[in-house]
Every structure is written in C-alpha cells, then in structure tokens.
Design a protein around this ligand. Structure first.
Ligand code: SF4
Ligand code: SF4
Ligand code: FES
Length: 575
C-alpha cells in the first residue's frame, strides 16, 4: 500500500498551488503566502464554520463558500478578496455584522494591538458603521473560573473556547447560551472553567473577550518586549512567547509548534514563570562559620574561588567520596561544563554513581497528561544524552534517573561523602532536605552550592553548604534545552540577572582555574560563545547550530541523520 498522501493541484488568485489531498482552502492559500482571513477556524480544533469571514469564490460553485470547510480539489480555481469583488464585499459585510454589537473601545481593551478584529477591520473594511441603534449590552468582566475573565460584549461567538474545552481537555465547562443577539458564552450551572490548560482559551480568543485574571490591563502590548522562548515548568518544553516589562513577566502566550505543544500551555507553566525568581536573592558569595554550621559572612569572588578549589581531588579515593548534584534547570551547555568540571577537577566520572541530576516524578491526572510531563525537570533528558549516572536506555529513563539521584543522596546521608557540589537551583529538591541530609552536609569537609537563592532561605539544601555562590535563575539564561522527546530547543533569557551574580558555567570555570585546571578558554565570555565552544568540543553535537534549532527546535534524530560520521554511534559515548 502506498502511504504517501496524494497531492492536488489548483490555482488560488492565479497562483499554482500543490498541496496534500484533504487540505482546506485557508491552509492551501497560506502555502503560497495568500491570506484568507478567519476567526472561528483553528487548525487543531474541529471546523464550526460560523464566522463567515473566510468566504472565497470557487469557479463552478453557485455562491461563495467558506474556505475553512472546503477541501481542495484537482484543477479547482479559487478567488479570494484579492481578485474577487464579491468576496471583498462579503468580507466587508461580515465585519459590519460582527461590529454591529461590538463595543468600539479599543483604547481600553487588552487585545488592542494584537486583535484580529482590529487587524481585519483595517485590512478588509475601513467602512464607518451604518448602525444607528444602540448596541446590545451584555455581561462585562465575568469570572469564568480562577484564571479567566469574560467580557460578553467583546465576544464574537466564534466558539473556539467552547470547542477547546470539548475537544482538547474534554472537560466541556463552556457552552453558548441563548439565541440571536442574546447569545452568550458561559459555564454550565455549578461548573467553573477550571481545567489544567484553561488559560489556553485566552490565546485562542481572536478578540479581547477573554483575559487572564492575573495579567489583565497590566500593560499595553506595544510597551512590552516579547521574547520567544520555552517554558521550563517540565520536560515537555512548550513553546512560549513571553511579554516582559520593567523586569517583570507581564503575559505569556503559547507559540505554535506541531511537534511539541500544538498551541497549548498548561496553567502551572504559563502563570508560573516568576516562581523561578527567589523571594530572597543571593547577591554575593557567602561563607558559613564552621561553628555549629551557622552564620554566613560575605566573600569576594577570588576568596570564594580559592575556597571552592578545595573540591579538587588529590586521588581516586577522594573522587569516590565526592558527590555532584546537577540541576535539571541547567542548559545543555552548562551540563557539559559541569560534567567536565566533575571529571577534570574532582575526578568524578560523568557516568559513575557519584554524579546525579535531580529528578522527582509526579503523578498526573488524565487531563494533565494531555500536555504535562511527569517531572519538573526541563532539561533532564540531557542526563540521557550524556549517560549521567550510567543512564543508557530510553526505557523508563525517569525511573533510572530518579533512582541514581536518590542513591547519591543516600550516600551523603550515610556519611560516605566528604565533598559535595550543588550546581544550579534545585540541584537537590527541597522535598529531599531532611535532618540526616543536612547534618551530613554540615559534617562534610567541603560543600559548595551554586544557586540564586538567598541564605535567608533555610528550606533549600544550599543553606547547609559551607560556601554558597550566587548565580542566575533559569529565566535569566540563554542556551539549549533537550525536551522529553529529545528535541533541542532554544531557551532565551527573559530577565536581567543581578550584576554581582555569575552564570554557573563561569563559576565552574573560575573554580577550576583556581585549582590549576583549565576547562574553559578565556574567549568564552557569554552564552553564545559557550554554545560555540561546546559544539566545537563535542563531536556528537558538532552538527548543531542555533540557526538549525531555530524557533521550532531540532530533533536529536534529525541531528544524527545529518551527521557525517556513523549515525549509529551513541551520543553518550562522546563524553
Ligand atoms: S470568548 Fe472569544 S474564543 Fe470564546 S467564543 Fe467569544 S470570541 Fe470566541
Ligand atoms: S506542559 Fe510543561 S512545559 Fe508546557 S506549559 Fe506546562 S509546565 Fe510548561
Ligand atoms: S473561519 Fe471559516 S467560517 Fe469562520
């Protein structure tokens, strides 16, 4: 059986188009750069065909048809608003109807500047309203649930939000109630819009009818800097577009990516970017008084590096009494440097039992499983890539990683470890901080934590280390992350790190230098140069480039396929 999809040839506005059978006219036109405007259509929802904005003329059809619900046919001749006066007039009329009851209050609407109604009015209408009667008044600022607020007057009844809850989360909290111009989106009696992905309906709403409860009216879209990045809430790595203003995250939208998150995000990820910024920030290196493991005093970096260089091993026995905990929030590049540090400075084998990456699995509901991964470890897959802690198989890799992490924690608790290094925030989960761990850490000969969390915060394992070195949060770094499907994706920095902190890779490089071992050349002074250095050093990553990763990522499989050397070679073997 030939499973290659048949293609169909047609013309749209006189342009030849060849697309797979079954493609609708909106998507076919998009292939050749022709825009057919639409509101209710969404590529990942069923077709409802209610807005009528996507009308086109098809030769041989008695009247205009809607592009979202018309599949391409061989030799079809299609005209859009660009070549058909009838289509342009139909679109103007559609906009006039939609605007009949829509408030003209763009000046105070959150959607202004990124609103499809505003955009299409300028593009396809620009006609003044002929309606003399008073507009219909409907509910304003109605909470649909804990995260989303609804404005009935701005709603154009496209039903995208309703279909999302019916078809994606299958929670069906929303419906359209009443008839005619009294029609209204609402929740069923006794139900709230409260599912794990509910914030996604705001992204789907083409107008300003749905707003995020926590961000509404906090900024105009044009006053914010929008950064394309990924969510680091779990190893799914949803693609996101984050608005930043005055050093704060002021809105988050999902970025479409067919291979990762379609166009959805979960609420924990979307609303949680700022949870990675500690309430109390560590701003300078701090040394603990050895007396009873209490009291910190400030150091300058050179003193701190000299003290941290005591992590360096003298012999193999020393290495077997060392423990290196890596944060799953480190970028791929930082993981490489940390592994090099462990090997060259501490004598710890990257694949041995004395190094681990923190991972704690969590249970998910069926609804959460639609998108969320059972971890809070965005770059845990890099442990698989490099075989950290002996990880070698994709099968049950999370179980194996969690086990190696717990085993290393137990080695610390039972006093088998005399040198401890924590690289990055959450290198040890707060859930694992117990009396036996903290007293063993206080007894260790050397214990160093690289973290953004202040020493006032006694919940974290860093509080029980001798030396605490200030670094960036995951929101403040750029680099590459590997998601659960082994897809390289770009993490872009959102916020500026305090000037007195340093990236993890730089801190490790300086400690290594203080110990007389060079792991980083002097030319590496920023995240970009670090990336270049890493791909020049690791053969398995040599085909990687930031442009190949691009905005939508690159799978490990594609990277392997494109490598010149043996494609069956294990990536982990390059370390
Ligand atoms: S609230 Fe928005 S997404 Fe929902 S029907 Fe109205 S316009 Fe469409
Ligand atoms: S599923 Fe994971 S990556 Fe996606 S938004 Fe939620 S926490 Fe973030
Ligand atoms: S997009 Fe086709 S009818 Fe709405």
């Amino acid at each position: 059986m030939d499973d290659v999809k048949k293609t169909v040839k047609l013309t749209i506005d006189g342009v030849n188009v060849t697309v797979p059978e079954g493609t609708n006219l909106i998507e076919a036109a998009r292939q050749v750069g022709i825009e057919i405007p639409y509101y209710c259509y969404h590529p990942h929802l069923s077709v409802s065909g209610n807005c009528r904005m996507c009308q086109v003329e098809v030769e041989g059809m008695p009247r205009l048809t809607i592009g979202c619900n018309t599949a391409v046919k061989e030799a079809m001749v299609v005209k859009t608003q660009h070549t058909s006066d009838a289509v342009a007039e139909a679109q103007r009329a559609t906009l006039e109807f939609i605007l009949a009851n829509h408030p003209l209050d763009c000046t105070v609407c959150d959607q202004a500047g990124h609103c499809k109604l505003q955009d299409y009015y300028y593009e396809y209408s620009r006609e003044p309203s002929r309606h003399q009667v008073e507009k219909k008044h409907k509910v304003k600022a109605l909470p649909l649930g804990p995260d989303v607020i609804f404005d009935g007057e701005r709603c154009i009844l496209c039903t995208r939000c309703v279909r999302f809850c019916d078809e994606v989360t299958k929670t069906s909290e929303l419906g359209i109630f009443n008839r005619g111009d009294s029609s209204l989106v609402g929740t069923y009696p006794g139900v709230e819009l409260d599912n794990a992905l509910s914030g996604s309906v705001v992204d789907l709403c083409p107008v300003g009818a749905l707003t995020h409860r926590q961000w509404r009216f906090n900024t105009r879209v044009w006053f914010s800097k929008w950064v394309n990045t990924i969510c680091t809430g779990c190893s799914t790595g949803c693609n996101a577009k984050v608005a930043v203003r005055d050093g704060r995250v002021v809105c988050v939208k999902a970025r479409p990516n067919e291979d990762v998150n379609l166009e959805w995000m979960c609420n924990e990820g979307r609303y949680g970017f700022e949870r990675f910024q500690p309430a109390k920030r560590l701003l300078s290196p701090m040394l603990k008084g050895k007396e009873n493991c209490v009291g910190f005093r400030e150091l300058v970096w050179s003193q701190a590096n000299a003290l941290a260089s005591r992590l360096a091993s003298g012999d193999g026995q020393d290495a077997s009494r060392s423990a290196v905990f890596l944060s799953p929030f480190l970028t791929l590049e930082e993981v490489c440097i940390a592994l090099e540090f462990a090997k060259v400075v501490m004598g710890v084998s990257p694949k041995g039992p004395n190094i681990a990456m923190q991972l704690r699995q969590r249970d998910l509901t069926e609804e959460e499983k639609i998108l969320i991964s059972p971890d809070r470890a965005p770059n845990a897959s890099s442990a698989l890539l490099f075989g950290i802690g002996g990880l070698s198989s994709k099968v049950n890799w999370r179980d194996a990683l969690e086990k190696s992490y717990q085993n290393l924690l137990n080695s610390v608790r039972t006093g088998q470890i005399s040198k401890v290094l924590l690289v990055g925030d959450a290198a040890i989960s707060d859930q694992d901080v117990d009396n036996s761990l903290t007293s063993a850490m206080c007894r260790a000969a050397v214990s160093v934590a690289i973290t953004s969390r202040g020493i006032e915060d006694s919940e974290g394992a860093h509080f029980y280390c001798d030396l605490v070195l200030p670094t960036r949060t995951v929101n403040e770094k750029s680099g590459v992350m590997l998601n659960k499907d082994l897809r390289f994706q770009r993490l872009n920095s959102l916020l500026l790190a305090p000037a007195t902190t340093k990236p993890e890779w730089q801190i490790l490089g300086e400690i290594a230098a203080a110990a007389g071992r060079i792991i980083l050349p002097d030319e590496v002074v920023d995240d970009r140069l670090l990336f270049r250095f890493i791909i020049s050093e690791i053969d398995a990553l040599s085909a990687l480039s930031l442009s190949r990763i691009g905005e939508s990522g690159l799978s490990l499989e594609s990277l392997r396929t494109n490598r010149c050397s043996s494609s069956n070679e294990s990536l982990a073997s390059d370390r």
